[in-house]
Write a protein that binds this ligand. Structure first.
Ligand SMILES: [Zn+2]
Length: 75
């Protein structure tokens, strides 16, 4: 079941809401001020765009089947 994160456009409160059916979206209001103008945020499960990413691990060009470990410069 999707849990969406919303930010109130009026007071800036952020909250999460479990959405099970369309009616849940229809009654959605800010828990702080009752405003219904809400901006849906990116899912908390989605990878953060622009977040610092560790570089991909160095891999032997042979894909791990290097016949001469230590000779390819990756081991
Ligand atoms: Zn609000």
């Amino acid at each position: 079941m999707p849990i969406y994160e919303y930010a109130c456009q009026e007071c800036g409160t952020k909250f999460e809401k479990l959405i099970r059916r369309q009616a849940d979206l229809d009654d959605l209001t800010c828990p702080s001020c009752g405003e219904s103008r809400l901006a849906r945020q990116l899912s908390t499960f989605a990878p953060q765009m622009g977040a610092s990413k560790s570089p991909a691990p160095a891999m032997c060009p042979s894909g791990g089947m290097c016949p001469t470990p230590g000779k390819c410069g990756m081991n």
